[in-house]
Design a protein around this ligand. Structure first.
Ligand SMILES: [Fe+2]
Length: 162
């Protein structure tokens, strides 16, 4: 049976790694969309930082112990840390979408476990997070993904011709 405390800590670990990855890209994004992406990642970083605090405090309210050490977050997280280097808009979008999917998948599992446990506090909060992720995913994808896909398809066609 799923253990809500363990699931929340795994989520907290991923939130921390994701927040740092977003901050890394906020600093290191390059290219023609720098301003828009710098501002967007700054806002997303702040939202994630608020969520980290909210999840940890939600755990404390329920007599659960939230992980608090960076080394524990790294050990528990399934999202990988990004290197310190420049990121173009396509890499940024890929990283945002991949991390967002992972968080959304975990959030759904936590919502389901909380529902099974009749834990309305956690279930309601995670419904709210799932709505935020859906909106964030739409906004990130809407930025340039079609153009990116077209470029990728052209590359694949070129490879096929070789
Ligand atoms: Fe900043």
């Amino acid at each position: 049976m799923a253990n809500l405390s363990n699931e929340l800590n795994a989520y907290l670990a991923n939130l921390n790694v994701m927040a740092q990855n977003v901050r890394n890209m906020h600093w290191n994004v390059i290219g023609p969309y720098f301003t828009a992406l710098h501002l967007a990642t700054g806002k997303i970083y702040k939202d994630l930082a608020c969520q980290i605090d909210e999840v940890a405090e939600m755990m404390k309210m329920q007599q659960m112990q939230p992980l608090a050490r960076l080394s524990d977050y790294i050990n528990e997280a399934t999202i990988e840390e990004l290197d310190a280097r420049d990121y173009n808009e396509y890499e940024l979008i890929d990283n945002m979408v991949a991390g967002g999917h992972e968080l959304m998948k975990q959030a759904k599992e936590i919502r389901d476990t909380a529902d099974d446990d009749d834990n309305f506090l956690v279930a309601n909060k995670f419904e709210e997070y799932l709505c935020c992720y859906a909106k964030m995913e739409w906004m990130v994808r809407a930025m340039h993904i079609d153009e990116y896909r077209r470029d990728q398809d052209d590359e694949d066609d070129d490879d096929d011709d070789d």
